[in-house]
Design a protein around this ligand. Sequence first.
Ligand SMILES: *[C@@H]1O[C@H](CO)[C@@H](O)[C@H](O)[C@H]1NC(C)=O
Ligand SMILES: *[C@@H]1O[C@H](CO)[C@@H](O)[C@H](O)[C@H]1NC(C)=O
Ligand SMILES: *[C@@H]1O[C@H](CO)[C@@H](O)[C@H](O)[C@H]1NC(C)=O
Length: 456
Amino acid sequence: MLNEILLTIAALQGRALAQSCPSLSASYPAPSVASGYEARLVATGLTKPRGIIFDNKNNLLVVERGVGVTSFTVSGTGSCVSLQNKKTVVGDNTLNHGIEVSDDGKTLYASSMESVLKYEYDSNGQSVKGDGKVIVSGMTTEDTVTRTLLLSKKKKNTLLVSRGSDENIDLSTVDINNGQSQIRIFDPSKSDVDYEQGTTLAWGLRNAVGVAENPKDGGVWSAENNADNIERDGFEIHENNPAEELNYHGIASDADNPLMNRNYGYPLCYGVWNVSEIPSAGTLQVGQQFAIAEANATTQDAFCRNDREAPRLVFQPHTSPLDLKFDSKGENLYVSLHGSWNREDPVGYSVSVIKFGSDGQPTEGSTSTSALTPILGNSNTTACPENCFRPAGLAWDRNGRLYMTSDSTGEIYVITKSDGKALDASAPSASAAPSKGYSVAGVVIAALTTVFAYFL
Ligand SMILES: *[C@@H]1O[C@H](CO)[C@@H](O)[C@H](O)[C@H]1NC(C)=O
Ligand SMILES: *[C@@H]1O[C@H](CO)[C@@H](O)[C@H](O)[C@H]1NC(C)=O
Ligand SMILES: *[C@@H]1O[C@H](CO)[C@@H](O)[C@H](O)[C@H]1NC(C)=O
């Protein structure tokens, strides 16, 4: 009898929850969520959503590739987020990835393969006035199409624009004046500046899609998507080399930044991941860079070591880090990993976190192969990329919840700590505590998702 009553209560609770937090379901197996976290699918049916950001009124802005910029209003507590009132803010099918918005919510920036555009934006109505003004142009290439944007919070009128290579191994990028595989700095108040006129922060970066500024000290970090089908001394070594790289560019707002204008190796030098599969590895170790010449590559490793900037951290090859977002104290750096194609077993397809210390640097050393701690991933990566979500953009709302787009499936997820608690507890409104009901919802979600176990 008692059992029956308890069961009935449980059933009623379940129904109440279903009503209070309508859940969306995905076509692929429920994601794996690491213990201590919660994740919920909050939007479907988008067109290749890439970069995302919140404006000063806590509206979510999304770049839908081939559509433009769309917006959603955000409501709900804990992980029970509801995205509503979808609007097209900018209809422009050339916009494909980069997005930024000024702190006062009055200026919106977005990028196409060719240019960076600036719009007069109204965050009250999520609308723009007039056409976009081109502020940076001349960026068209054959291969990489994203132009990541980062507005510095530490230095006014400082916009970083990252641009990749024209092909897998693009030898033309050995010339700094070719303006590819670089991060350059622009004054966004100026109009129509050619990319090659920007100030070079860093070069020799194959395709640094993720770019972030540490709120603690203003240090700039980028995540480099490294080359495919690499050979050395005539041997195919692409399965477990080269590493994806997390590179450090110093404090861009510092006039005496010693890392200004440094070269990070591409297209001559590549991060080591698996030493034992590199022919004539000599003294190479994880996190250093190796040369890929067709003969006697070893003799050129010294050049890579002495004349090129090594990564600060390396990640498993082909995981494809696309976005980087620090929490508000610079203690954790979240990374979206879009996932592999150029290896036998799929890897990546997850969101991971990197611990940062009070010195503004990662706590792991540069030779670590375990700097990434996965928090949300596909539970069956064998089925990737077809039957998986693919993480692209990341953004924080003012309640310290992290949002992730999946471009391949047209979805948005929200990630919190267990019981819907803020992932970034120091966010402006993170103390807005989730209601009790949702802590039960958290348990339900935790039960629905496979406990994180199959990640590595
Ligand atoms: C490194 O290469 C060796 C030899 O092929 C292989 O056994 C090992 O699994 C690889 N490890 C990683 C982490 O790639
Ligand atoms: C490679 O090294 C060998 C032995 O030092 C030398 O004979 C040969 O010319 C070198 N090849 C190239 C392409 O530098
Ligand atoms: C994972 O996906 C593969 C490929 O689609 C499939 O063959 C396999 O059955 C799946 N495994 C599980 C446990 O569902």
